[in-house]
Design a binder for this molecule. Structure first.
Ligand code: SAH
Length: 219
């Protein structure tokens, strides 16, 4: 069962979480504000109600996890999305990250390869009422060429290498944030498509994501 009530207690825990993210170095106040507004416990089973605001990853079924709040904050900050930016997110999972981006005023196109997770979000009534998110079932390696170009691309699973086909779906001046690496640990990378042509690659901290896998999974 999903919780559907956001109590003062949850709001208090959320504020504490946001303060702890600030203490860990997240400085983008817009991102922090968005995270203060999104009820993370709605994205988890009610069994996690008491711990939903700890800075931890939790299982969301199908061997997948909702990312650490710190990771969500870090990726969102690095993405530096503006209001009305069109964002492609690969790896919808719980849809928590997508909701944080939507709170920033972005238009989010999020894609998930596992049908069960995609369907679970379809049945999440509160989420379906939130503006700014479009859900797709498909392989993120292919992206969404019909909706390209995107201002921003965010990958929330570990890519074995920078996904080249997705770079083509970025507008000039846009950027992609992606954890890259095949082992347990990946490097966070930001790739900017330069206005004058070519790409700029910057490398940031290490993280540990579930792998980005090819193809769709129908059950
Ligand atoms: N953004 C999510 C993080 C979920 S974990 C959240 O906030 O909860 C990463 C997700 O990426 C998993 O649900 C996994 O199934 C999905 N994924 C992995 N490879 C993918 C691919 N090629 N295309 C789309 N989704 C993918």
């Amino acid at each position: 069962m999903r919780p559907t009530v956001d109590t003062y207690r949850h709001q208090g825990l959320r504020k504490k979480l946001v303060d702890s993210l600030r203490a860990k170095g997240i400085s983008d106040e817009k991102v922090l504000q968005a995270m203060a507004e999104v009820p993370r416990h709605f994205f988890l089973d009610s069994a996690f109600d008491e711990i939903a605001y700890e800075d931890r990853a939790f299982p969301i079924g199908q061997g997948q996890t909702i990312s650490h709040p710190y990771t969500v904050a870090y990726q969102s900050q690095l993405l530096s999305a503006a209001r009305f930016d069109k964002i492609l997110e690969v790896g919808t999972g719980s849809a928590y990250q997508a909701m944080v981006l939507a709170k920033l005023g972005a238009l989010v196109y999020t894609i998930e390869r596992q049908k069960t997770l995609f369907d679970s979000n379809r049945g999440f009534a509160w989420l379906q009422e939130q503006p700014g998110i479009k859900f797709f079932y498909g392989d993120g390696f292919a992206g969404l060429p019909t909706y390209a170009p995107f201002d921003r691309i965010l990958i929330t699973a570990a890519a074995p290498a920078v996904p080249m086909r997705l770079l083509e779906q970025l507008r000039p001046g846009g950027c992609m944030v992606v954890p890259v690496g095949e082992g347990e640990v990946q490097q966070m990378k930001k790739i900017t498509r330069l206005e004058q042509g070519g790409f700029l690659e910057e490398i940031f901290d290490s993280f540990s994501f579930v792998p980005m896998l090819s193809g769709k999974k129908a059950d």
